[in-house]
Design a protein around this ligand. Structure first.
Ligand SMILES: Nc1ncnc2c1ncn2[C@@H]1O[C@H](COP(=O)(O)OP(=O)(O)O)[C@@H](O)[C@H]1O
Ligand SMILES: [Mg+2]
Length: 261
């Protein structure tokens, strides 16, 4: 079912990435997602240039439309209940901060927001090092993170939900996604929302994106339950498109090959 082979060599930083003496230019918004807005950024250094994506999280403590617009956002964040995701995550150590988070004061919301943003970067770094197909996580910014842009000069990579995949491509996408679930699980990560809206399809390859809700098996008691739900949602989606898949087989295979690092 999966082409997963454990144990990959250390992964070098991508060659295309400019890391010294650069300037970043905002080329404008790419998309407006649920919780974030995604901007295209051109990084220039002399004659060289590369494209990056700047994912900016909408501040949850600011809901006033005018204030949001002043910060460059179009809509406010729509987090309803993220308790199950935050469960077991490292809470603020200082009692004052912890109390602010528990009571969800304005300051508390701000703290959660910052933690959430840092969380996605950390998870993507771990995932990338584990050999998963995720955009290279470049680093953090004041309100989000920079990562590799998937696409070309004409268009950004479509999500799986928008890409029109043929028969063989659907089979391949499914195998690739499951392969990535193996790689993530190996380093203790469960994506918790690998829907067709959070998988990009580009030149025959899948790219997993959108990790803020990802959970760590070591600290979140719901993680394996979420993995089962992820697998089930994926299998339903692909089975409707006549891909041969079975939730329980894929899930059992994931647990069988799980070799925590
Ligand atoms: N690295 C990337 N390259 C190209 N497009 C991207 C990239 N990351 C995100 N996008 C686009 O931005 C959209 C929103 O990003 P996502 O991380 O899913 O945030 P949200 O939480 O808002 O759904 C995606 O559906 C995709 O179209
Ligand atoms: Mg998304």
């Amino acid at each position: 079912m999966s082409s997963f082979t454990p144990g990959r060599a250390a992964r070098p930083e991508p060659e295309w990435l400019i890391t010294a003496d650069f300037e970043d230019f905002d080329l404008g918004p790419l998309t407006t997602g649920k919780e974030a807005e995604v901007f295209l950024v051109e990084r220039r250094a002399g004659q060289r240039a590369c494209w990056l994506v700047h994912k900016r999280y909408r501040p949850r403590s600011v809901t006033n439309k005018g204030e949001l617009e002043a910060l460059g956002f179009q809509r406010s964040a729509s987090f309803a209940n993220d308790q199950i995701y935050r469960d077991g995550r490292r809470y603020p150590k200082r009692t004052r901060d912890r109390r602010a988070v528990e009571r969800m004061t304005r300051y508390g919301k701000q703290l959660v927001n910052e933690r959430w943003a840092g969380h996605e970067l950390e998870i993507m770094q771990t995932a990338w090092r584990a050999g998963a197909d995720v955009p290279y996580p470049v680093g953090d910014t004041i309100d989000g993170m920079l990562m590799e842009y998937i696409g070309d000069a004409r268009a950004a990579a479509p999500t799986l939900a928008r890409a029109r995949l043929g028969r063989a491509e659907l089979d391949s996408a499914f195998v690739q996604i499951v392969d990535n679930l193996h790689r993530l699980l190996d380093v203790g990560i469960v994506h918790a929302d690998p829907s067709p809206f959070n998988v990009l399809w580009w030149e025959g390859r899948v790219w997993l994106i959108d990790f803020p809700q990802a959970v760590e098996v070591a600290v979140n008691p719901h993680a394996l339950g979420m993995l089962h739900r992820d697998v089930d949602n994926l299998c339903r989606y692909f089975a409707r498109r006549r891909v041969d898949c079975d939730t329980d087989k894929v899930y059992a295979d994931l647990l069988d090959h799980w070799s925590p690092r």
